[in-house]
Design a protein around this ligand. Structure first.
Ligand code: SAM
Ligand code: FES
Length: 344
């Protein structure tokens, strides 16, 4: 049905996110737990206990953008910049395939050092070598023609969070060189090209209000993405937002549950940032309706250099260890990580 208006929805989000105010409603459950069960049951109905994995290859930390929240923003002179070669990227995919990954996510800063054709070439190569795998790009904002080239090369999916659906809020998180309109244009272009599209936002980003979160839900209801990635904002010490508060576990879980209820079929990851602010964060994400996890397949030598926020987890392990660790963690909560493309 219709979503409540943003003010009403914002107020509900505010109440649900406030752990001091555990409004009890249905039977003796708090609203928070009631929401969790609804979301969990819906995910369980559709996906059973299956969790899909995507192998994340962080192929460059060079970025021309300067998002105020992001640890690899161009003004951060303390970052040791790297760019993986085509061969290194393919080696990550090879390793991932053996470990049971059937989706590879190529994510990077907006690095002009890769030509459009170079990216297309990498996509083509992975798709030829692994025709049973999906390739997801997460490489920022580009013109329609570029997205078209990559789609023709075989890219199946694209991740581009809208970050916030409120124009004024967007401008507080990004410098003038970036625009809300272009972000939105990209998402609609990607959809029209037949990509499975992932969007999303940070929870608890600086200056965000519960009404902003309600606006995010309205935006997504319009866009109808196939994937929705959200995670708490976590400060990075070398950014202008270093002193800002991080997002809360509770509010992130509330938003995951609301998204699950709104988008029963969507692929919703339990993110590394949620696992960073709470040791059991990713598992709790599954319990609130998430059904995807994106372990790191990047070479161990570069992992610490792709530091979007402080204390990012899983930067010291081999890929095989990450896979094993996640399997065990999911199983401890009754879930099973499956070898599957996990299409929408
Ligand atoms: N450059 C591409 C883009 O902009 O979509 C992909 C890389 S970008 C680093 C991936 C995501 O990291 C962003 O969409 C943002 O939501 C998230 N991110 C960046 N800094 C963060 C922070 N401090 N805390 C939590 N998430 C963050
Ligand atoms: Fe990487 Fe657990 S998922 S060490």
């Amino acid at each position: 049905g219709e979503l409540p208006g943003v003010n009403e929805l914002g107020e509900a989000i505010r109440i649900l996110s406030d752990s001091e105010n555990p409004q009890s409603s249905q039977d003796d459950l708090t609203d928070f737990e009631y929401l969790r069960r609804k979301a969990y049951d819906l995910a369980h109905q559709r996906f059973g206990n299956r969790i899909y994995i995507r192998g994340l290859i962080e192929f460059t930390n060079i970025c021309k953008n300067d998002c105020y929240y992001c640890g690899i923003r161009k003004s951060n002179i303390h970052v040791d910049r790297y760019r993986l070669t085509k061969d290194q990227i393919l080696a990550c995919a090879d390793e991932g395939y053996v470990l049971g990954f059937r989706t590879f996510v190529l994510q990077g800063g907006e690095d002009g050092g890769f030509s459009d054709e170079a990216i297309a070439d990498i996509v083509r190569y992975i798709k030829e070598r692994y025709p049973d795998c999906a390739v997801t790009l997460s490489f920022g904002e580009h013109p329609y023609e570029t997205y078209r080239l990559w789609r023709m090369a075989g890219a199946d999916r694209y991740l581009l969070r809208h970050e916030t659906a409120d124009r004024v809020h967007y401008e507080r998180l990004h410098p003038d060189s970036m625009s809300y309109d272009n972000r939105v244009r990209c998402l609609y272009d990607l959809k029209s090209l037949g990509y499975q599209v992932g969007s999303g936002f940070m929870v608890g980003s600086p200056y965000q209000t519960p009404v902003n979160l309600a606006e995010d839900l309205h935006f997504l209801a319009k866009l109808q993405p196939q994937m929705i990635g959200i995670g708490p904002y976590v400060p990075h010490k070398e950014t202008p937002f270093a002193k800002m508060k991080q997002g809360t576990v509770r509010q992130t879980l509330v938003m995951i549950s609301l998204l699950r209820l709104m988008f029963p079929k969507a692929l919703i990851p339990s993110t590394t940032s949620l696992g960073t602010i709470a040791a059991d964060g990713r598992e709790r994400g599954f319990m609130h309706g998430a059904n995807v996890v994106m372990p790191n397949l990047s070479p161990v030598s570069v992992r610490k250099k792709y530091e979007l926020y402080d204390n990012k987890i899983c930067t010291g392990e081999e890929s095989a260890q990450c896979r094993g660790c996640l399997d065990r963690r999911a199983e401890a909560f009754g879930f099973q990580v499956v070898v599957d493309r996990g299409d929408y």
